[in-house]
Design a protein around this ligand. Structure first.
Ligand SMILES: [Zn+2]
Length: 184
């Protein structure tokens, strides 16, 4: 998939991360990675960072949000040298990102797919990672359920390697776009 098609399908910044995850940038507003929401709260309360962008989607009120608001992106007060940045590939995994990566094509039958399947089922210890999540149509997802690929006669889906650097760039650009839109 090329960059343009990816940008078109990936949706808003909120869709790029899971609900319990906060995007982190350094003092130069360059992407560093993600932290869990509790960690983000600690960083803010300890004066090590501040909320750069709030989440704009609806979510229920919680103890967390009443404490520090509802950050989508926090900025650290320190600069992180580029050579020290290695973004965990699984930190940005989300349903929208998996569907965008796979172009809404079911990995099993090649038809239109808009659900995400755990290749190794969760019940068998499969994790929610880039390598273990793939796009599936409702039929294939339902049929596969908790059984292994081999027993269904399915092949292991192809996971494109070029996706993750593009994804990081898309996230960085989305942060800058959101900031630009707020400054007018
Ligand atoms: Zn299918």
């Amino acid at each position: 998939m090329d960059q343009l098609a990816f940008n078109d399908t990936v949706g808003s910044l909120e869709d790029l991360v899971q609900r319990n995850t906060v995007i982190t940038v350094d003092s130069s507003l360059t992407l560093v990675g993600t932290v869990k929401r509790l960690r983000a709260a600690n960083l803010i309360l300890n004066g090590k960072g501040y909320e750069l962008l709030p989440r704009q989607d609806e979510r229920p009120e919680s103890n967390f949000t009443s404490l520090i608001g509802d950050p989508l992106v926090i900025a650290l007060n320190r600069y992180v040298p580029r050579k020290k940045v290695s973004i965990d590939p699984d930190s940005f995994v989300s349903k929208r990102m998996i569907l965008a990566r796979d172009g809404y094509i079911c990995s099993y039958c090649g038809g239109f797919g808009n659900t995400v399947d755990h290749i190794i089922p969760k019940s068998k210890g499969g994790l929610s990672t880039w390598g273990n999540l793939t796009t599936a149509c409702k039929d294939c997802n339902g049929r596969k359920g908790n059984v292994s690929l081999e027993s269904m006669g399915y092949k292991t889906p192809h996971i494109p390697k070029s996706f993750i650097p593009k994804r990081n760039q898309v996230i960085q650009e989305a942060i800058h776009e959101r900031l630009a839109s707020l400054s007018y």
